[in-house]
Design a protein around this ligand. Structure first.
Ligand code: C2E
Ligand code: CA
Ligand code: CA
Length: 277
Protein backbone atom coordinates (compact mmCIF):
# COMPACT_ATOMS: atom_id res chain seq x y z
CA UNK A 1 0.00 0.00 0.00
CA UNK A 2 1.20 3.52 -0.84
CA UNK A 3 2.14 5.51 2.23
CA UNK A 4 1.56 9.27 2.14
CA UNK A 5 3.32 11.75 4.33
CA UNK A 6 0.86 12.93 6.96
CA UNK A 7 -0.62 16.41 6.57
CA UNK A 8 -1.35 18.30 9.76
CA UNK A 9 -4.91 19.65 9.71
CA UNK A 10 -6.25 21.35 12.83
CA UNK A 11 -4.06 19.13 14.99
CA UNK A 12 -5.11 15.96 13.11
CA UNK A 13 -2.69 13.85 11.09
CA UNK A 14 -4.63 13.37 7.86
CA UNK A 15 -3.22 10.30 6.18
CA UNK A 16 -4.33 6.86 5.03
CA UNK A 17 -3.88 4.30 7.78
CA UNK A 18 -1.37 1.50 7.44
CA UNK A 19 -2.57 -2.09 7.06
CA UNK A 20 -1.59 -2.78 10.64
CA UNK A 21 -3.60 0.20 11.93
CA UNK A 22 -6.64 -0.80 9.88
CA UNK A 23 -6.65 -4.27 11.42
CA UNK A 24 -5.92 -3.02 14.93
CA UNK A 25 -8.53 -0.23 14.98
CA UNK A 26 -11.31 -1.92 13.00
CA UNK A 27 -13.44 -3.33 15.85
CA UNK A 28 -13.04 -0.14 17.84
CA UNK A 29 -14.13 1.85 14.80
CA UNK A 30 -17.32 -0.20 14.40
CA UNK A 31 -18.16 0.07 18.09
CA UNK A 32 -17.33 3.79 18.22
CA UNK A 33 -19.37 4.93 15.22
CA UNK A 34 -16.27 5.78 13.15
CA UNK A 35 -17.51 3.56 10.32
CA UNK A 36 -20.69 4.83 8.65
CA UNK A 37 -22.47 5.11 5.34
CA UNK A 38 -22.57 7.89 2.77
CA UNK A 39 -25.35 7.84 0.19
CA UNK A 40 -24.96 8.72 -3.46
CA UNK A 41 -28.30 9.52 -5.16
CA UNK A 42 -29.24 7.95 -8.49
CA UNK A 43 -31.50 9.86 -10.88
CA UNK A 44 -33.64 9.42 -13.94
CA UNK A 45 -32.20 12.31 -15.91
CA UNK A 46 -35.09 12.47 -18.33
CA UNK A 47 -37.54 13.27 -15.50
CA UNK A 48 -35.09 14.74 -12.97
CA UNK A 49 -36.48 12.43 -10.29
CA UNK A 50 -34.47 10.44 -7.80
CA UNK A 51 -34.76 6.65 -8.30
CA UNK A 52 -32.41 5.25 -5.66
CA UNK A 53 -29.09 5.65 -3.90
CA UNK A 54 -25.95 3.63 -3.28
CA UNK A 55 -24.65 3.12 0.25
CA UNK A 56 -20.87 3.64 0.42
CA UNK A 57 -18.71 2.83 3.42
CA UNK A 58 -16.66 5.55 5.10
CA UNK A 59 -14.30 5.50 8.07
CA UNK A 60 -13.47 8.66 9.98
CA UNK A 61 -10.57 7.99 12.31
CA UNK A 62 -10.25 10.57 15.12
CA UNK A 63 -6.53 10.97 14.52
CA UNK A 64 -5.99 10.11 10.86
CA UNK A 65 -9.13 11.69 9.39
CA UNK A 66 -11.51 10.44 6.69
CA UNK A 67 -10.42 7.16 5.13
CA UNK A 68 -11.64 6.05 1.69
CA UNK A 69 -12.66 2.50 0.72
CA UNK A 70 -9.85 2.21 -1.84
CA UNK A 71 -7.40 2.26 1.09
CA UNK A 72 -9.10 0.08 3.64
CA UNK A 73 -11.51 -2.31 1.85
CA UNK A 74 -8.77 -4.44 0.21
CA UNK A 75 -7.18 -4.81 3.66
CA UNK A 76 -10.48 -5.78 5.28
CA UNK A 77 -10.90 -8.33 2.49
CA UNK A 78 -7.39 -9.66 2.88
CA UNK A 79 -7.71 -10.17 6.62
CA UNK A 80 -11.23 -11.61 6.68
CA UNK A 81 -12.91 -8.51 8.15
CA UNK A 82 -15.04 -7.43 5.18
CA UNK A 83 -17.91 -9.76 6.07
CA UNK A 84 -18.33 -8.04 9.44
CA UNK A 85 -18.00 -4.60 7.81
CA UNK A 86 -20.55 -5.34 5.08
CA UNK A 87 -23.11 -6.69 7.55
CA UNK A 88 -22.60 -3.54 9.61
CA UNK A 89 -23.14 -1.31 6.55
CA UNK A 90 -26.25 -3.30 5.60
CA UNK A 91 -27.61 -2.83 9.12
CA UNK A 92 -26.99 0.94 8.91
CA UNK A 93 -28.87 1.05 5.60
CA UNK A 94 -31.78 -0.93 7.10
CA UNK A 95 -31.87 1.42 10.07
CA UNK A 96 -31.89 4.41 7.71
CA UNK A 97 -34.76 2.86 5.72
CA UNK A 98 -36.77 2.04 8.83
CA UNK A 99 -36.51 5.69 9.97
CA UNK A 100 -37.41 6.99 6.53
CA UNK A 101 -41.12 7.85 6.10
CA UNK A 102 -42.57 5.21 3.69
CA UNK A 103 -43.91 7.95 1.40
CA UNK A 104 -40.38 9.10 0.48
CA UNK A 105 -38.48 5.80 0.63
CA UNK A 106 -36.33 4.82 -2.36
CA UNK A 107 -34.31 1.63 -2.96
CA UNK A 108 -30.78 1.71 -1.57
CA UNK A 109 -28.02 -0.48 -3.02
CA UNK A 110 -25.42 -2.20 -0.89
CA UNK A 111 -22.11 -3.61 -2.11
CA UNK A 112 -21.43 -7.32 -1.81
CA UNK A 113 -17.83 -8.48 -1.71
CA UNK A 114 -17.05 -11.93 -3.05
CA UNK A 115 -15.58 -12.70 0.38
CA UNK A 116 -19.06 -12.22 1.88
CA UNK A 117 -20.25 -15.24 -0.06
CA UNK A 118 -17.47 -17.68 0.83
CA UNK A 119 -18.29 -19.82 3.85
CA UNK A 120 -21.30 -17.73 4.87
CA UNK A 121 -25.01 -18.09 4.33
CA UNK A 122 -24.92 -14.43 3.43
CA UNK A 123 -28.47 -13.89 2.16
CA UNK A 124 -29.81 -15.57 5.30
CA UNK A 125 -27.69 -13.24 7.45
CA UNK A 126 -28.96 -10.18 5.55
CA UNK A 127 -32.52 -11.40 5.85
CA UNK A 128 -32.25 -11.63 9.64
CA UNK A 129 -31.13 -7.98 9.75
CA UNK A 130 -33.73 -6.78 7.25
CA UNK A 131 -36.53 -8.46 9.18
CA UNK A 132 -35.30 -7.00 12.45
CA UNK A 133 -35.77 -3.51 10.94
CA UNK A 134 -38.91 -4.51 9.07
CA UNK A 135 -37.76 -3.01 5.75
CA UNK A 136 -39.61 -4.25 2.63
CA UNK A 137 -37.11 -6.08 0.40
CA UNK A 138 -37.93 -3.91 -2.62
CA UNK A 139 -36.04 -1.07 -0.90
CA UNK A 140 -32.73 -2.95 -0.89
CA UNK A 141 -30.71 -3.79 -4.01
CA UNK A 142 -27.58 -5.96 -4.00
CA UNK A 143 -24.53 -4.91 -6.08
CA UNK A 144 -21.98 -7.51 -7.09
CA UNK A 145 -18.95 -6.92 -9.29
CA UNK A 146 -18.25 -9.00 -12.33
CA UNK A 147 -14.54 -9.23 -11.54
CA UNK A 148 -15.48 -11.00 -8.33
CA UNK A 149 -17.14 -13.74 -10.38
CA UNK A 150 -13.86 -14.70 -12.04
CA UNK A 151 -12.74 -18.11 -10.88
CA UNK A 152 -16.02 -19.04 -9.26
CA UNK A 153 -19.12 -18.31 -11.29
CA UNK A 154 -21.12 -21.06 -9.55
CA UNK A 155 -20.93 -19.24 -6.24
CA UNK A 156 -22.41 -16.17 -7.90
CA UNK A 157 -25.19 -18.00 -9.68
CA UNK A 158 -26.13 -19.53 -6.33
CA UNK A 159 -25.99 -16.16 -4.55
CA UNK A 160 -28.06 -14.40 -7.23
CA UNK A 161 -30.63 -17.19 -7.05
CA UNK A 162 -30.80 -16.82 -3.28
CA UNK A 163 -31.11 -13.03 -3.56
CA UNK A 164 -33.93 -13.46 -6.09
CA UNK A 165 -35.71 -16.06 -3.96
CA UNK A 166 -35.64 -13.61 -1.05
CA UNK A 167 -36.99 -10.85 -3.36
CA UNK A 168 -33.88 -8.65 -3.86
CA UNK A 169 -33.01 -7.08 -7.20
CA UNK A 170 -29.36 -7.64 -8.12
CA UNK A 171 -27.15 -5.18 -10.00
CA UNK A 172 -23.87 -6.04 -11.67
CA UNK A 173 -21.41 -3.34 -10.67
CA UNK A 174 -18.61 -2.03 -12.91
CA UNK A 175 -19.97 -3.89 -15.91
CA UNK A 176 -17.52 -3.76 -18.77
CA UNK A 177 -14.41 -3.11 -16.73
CA UNK A 178 -13.58 -6.79 -16.26
CA UNK A 179 -12.31 -9.09 -18.96
CA UNK A 180 -15.12 -11.59 -19.26
CA UNK A 181 -18.20 -9.41 -19.52
CA UNK A 182 -19.97 -11.36 -22.21
CA UNK A 183 -19.77 -14.76 -20.55
CA UNK A 184 -20.53 -13.26 -17.15
CA UNK A 185 -23.58 -11.58 -18.64
CA UNK A 186 -24.70 -14.82 -20.26
CA UNK A 187 -24.41 -16.80 -17.04
CA UNK A 188 -25.46 -14.33 -14.34
CA UNK A 189 -29.15 -13.40 -14.42
CA UNK A 190 -28.83 -9.89 -12.99
CA UNK A 191 -31.62 -7.29 -13.06
CA UNK A 192 -29.54 -4.12 -13.48
CA UNK A 193 -26.23 -3.46 -15.24
CA UNK A 194 -24.13 -0.61 -13.89
CA UNK A 195 -21.71 0.85 -16.43
CA UNK A 196 -18.85 2.81 -14.97
CA UNK A 197 -17.95 5.66 -17.33
CA UNK A 198 -14.42 5.61 -15.94
CA UNK A 199 -13.84 2.83 -18.45
CA UNK A 200 -13.70 5.55 -21.09
CA UNK A 201 -10.78 7.06 -19.13
CA UNK A 202 -9.84 10.24 -20.94
CA UNK A 203 -11.20 9.12 -24.30
CA UNK A 204 -14.20 11.08 -25.61
CA UNK A 205 -17.53 9.45 -26.36
CA UNK A 206 -17.01 9.79 -30.11
CA UNK A 207 -14.41 7.02 -30.24
CA UNK A 208 -14.51 3.25 -29.85
CA UNK A 209 -15.56 3.54 -26.19
CA UNK A 210 -18.76 5.39 -27.11
CA UNK A 211 -19.66 2.83 -29.78
CA UNK A 212 -19.09 -0.05 -27.37
CA UNK A 213 -21.08 1.65 -24.63
CA UNK A 214 -23.98 2.37 -26.97
CA UNK A 215 -24.03 -1.26 -28.20
CA UNK A 216 -23.79 -2.65 -24.67
CA UNK A 217 -26.74 -0.50 -23.58
CA UNK A 218 -28.84 -1.74 -26.51
CA UNK A 219 -27.83 -5.33 -25.74
CA UNK A 220 -28.92 -4.90 -22.11
CA UNK A 221 -32.27 -3.62 -23.31
CA UNK A 222 -32.80 -6.66 -25.54
CA UNK A 223 -32.04 -8.76 -22.48
CA UNK A 224 -34.69 -6.71 -20.62
CA UNK A 225 -32.03 -5.69 -18.14
CA UNK A 226 -32.16 -2.19 -16.69
CA UNK A 227 -29.04 -0.05 -17.17
CA UNK A 228 -27.56 2.63 -14.93
CA UNK A 229 -24.46 4.66 -15.78
CA UNK A 230 -22.21 5.68 -12.90
CA UNK A 231 -19.25 7.99 -12.71
CA UNK A 232 -21.13 10.58 -14.81
CA UNK A 233 -19.13 13.77 -14.47
CA UNK A 234 -19.86 15.96 -17.50
CA UNK A 235 -22.86 17.34 -19.38
CA UNK A 236 -21.45 15.75 -22.57
CA UNK A 237 -21.59 12.33 -20.93
CA UNK A 238 -25.13 12.98 -19.69
CA UNK A 239 -26.28 14.09 -23.18
CA UNK A 240 -24.67 11.05 -24.77
CA UNK A 241 -26.39 8.73 -22.28
CA UNK A 242 -29.74 10.39 -23.00
CA UNK A 243 -29.19 10.00 -26.74
CA UNK A 244 -28.58 6.25 -26.41
CA UNK A 245 -31.54 5.74 -24.06
CA UNK A 246 -29.70 5.22 -20.78
CA UNK A 247 -31.90 7.17 -18.38
CA UNK A 248 -30.58 6.13 -15.00
CA UNK A 249 -27.45 7.89 -13.81
CA UNK A 250 -25.21 8.35 -10.80
CA UNK A 251 -22.17 10.59 -10.57
CA UNK A 252 -20.55 13.80 -9.41
CA UNK A 253 -22.50 15.77 -12.07
CA UNK A 254 -25.66 15.09 -10.05
CA UNK A 255 -24.36 14.58 -6.53
CA UNK A 256 -21.34 13.36 -4.63
CA UNK A 257 -21.96 10.75 -1.91
CA UNK A 258 -23.59 12.63 0.99
CA UNK A 259 -24.05 12.00 4.72
CA UNK A 260 -27.18 10.35 6.06
CA UNK A 261 -28.79 13.58 7.35
CA UNK A 262 -28.35 15.25 3.98
CA UNK A 263 -29.86 12.24 2.24
CA UNK A 264 -32.90 12.40 4.55
CA UNK A 265 -33.33 16.09 3.78
CA UNK A 266 -33.03 15.44 0.06
CA UNK A 267 -35.71 12.75 0.18
CA UNK A 268 -38.11 14.98 2.02
CA UNK A 269 -37.75 17.75 -0.55
CA UNK A 270 -37.58 16.07 -3.98
CA UNK A 271 -39.85 13.81 -6.02
CA UNK A 272 -38.90 10.19 -6.47
CA UNK A 273 -39.96 7.47 -8.89
CA UNK A 274 -39.52 3.75 -9.26
CA UNK A 275 -36.95 2.21 -11.64
CA UNK A 276 -39.01 0.56 -14.37
CA UNK A 277 -38.07 -1.68 -17.25
P1 C2E B 1 -18.21 1.29 -6.45
O1 C2E B 1 -19.16 0.32 -5.84
O2 C2E B 1 -17.98 1.21 -7.91
O3 C2E B 1 -18.71 2.73 -6.00
C1 C2E B 1 -18.63 3.87 -6.81
C2 C2E B 1 -17.43 4.70 -6.45
O4 C2E B 1 -17.29 5.76 -7.40
C3 C2E B 1 -17.55 5.38 -5.09
O5 C2E B 1 -16.26 5.47 -4.54
C4 C2E B 1 -18.06 6.76 -5.47
O6 C2E B 1 -17.78 7.75 -4.49
C5 C2E B 1 -17.28 7.00 -6.74
N1 C2E B 1 -17.94 7.97 -7.62
C6 C2E B 1 -19.24 8.30 -7.66
N2 C2E B 1 -19.49 9.19 -8.63
C7 C2E B 1 -18.30 9.44 -9.24
C8 C2E B 1 -17.90 10.29 -10.34
O7 C2E B 1 -18.68 10.99 -10.97
N3 C2E B 1 -16.57 10.25 -10.67
C9 C2E B 1 -15.67 9.47 -10.02
N4 C2E B 1 -14.40 9.51 -10.41
N5 C2E B 1 -16.02 8.65 -8.99
C10 C2E B 1 -17.32 8.65 -8.61
P2 C2E B 1 -15.95 5.06 -3.04
O8 C2E B 1 -17.09 5.45 -2.16
O9 C2E B 1 -14.58 5.59 -2.75
O10 C2E B 1 -15.93 3.49 -3.10
C11 C2E B 1 -14.96 2.80 -3.85
C12 C2E B 1 -15.27 1.33 -3.93
O11 C2E B 1 -15.18 0.73 -2.63
C13 C2E B 1 -16.70 1.05 -4.38
O12 C2E B 1 -16.76 1.17 -5.76
C14 C2E B 1 -16.88 -0.38 -3.87
O13 C2E B 1 -16.25 -1.31 -4.73
C15 C2E B 1 -16.09 -0.33 -2.57
N6 C2E B 1 -17.06 -0.11 -1.47
C16 C2E B 1 -17.60 1.05 -1.00
N7 C2E B 1 -18.44 0.83 0.03
C17 C2E B 1 -18.43 -0.54 0.22
C18 C2E B 1 -19.09 -1.42 1.15
O14 C2E B 1 -19.91 -1.02 1.99
N8 C2E B 1 -18.79 -2.76 1.02
C19 C2E B 1 -17.92 -3.25 0.08
N9 C2E B 1 -17.69 -4.56 0.06
N10 C2E B 1 -17.31 -2.45 -0.80
C20 C2E B 1 -17.56 -1.13 -0.73
CA1 CA C 1 -21.13 -0.36 -6.13
CA1 CA D 1 -19.18 0.70 -9.60
Amino acid sequence: MIQFTGVAFGGLIMRPMTDEEIIRFFEMAIAGGQIFVYYQPQYNHSTGRIVGAEGLMRWRHPEFGLQYPVNFIPILEKYGLIHRADLFVFEQICRFQSNCPPSVRIPISFNVSRHDLFGHDYVKELEAIRKKYDVPVKYLHAEITESSAIGGIDLFIKAITQFHEAGYLVAMDDFGSGYSSLSVLKDLPVDILKFDLQFLAGEGLGGRGGIILNSAIQMAKWLETQVLAEGVETIEQADFLKSVGCNYVQGYLYSKPIPEEEMSRLLSTVDSEKISR
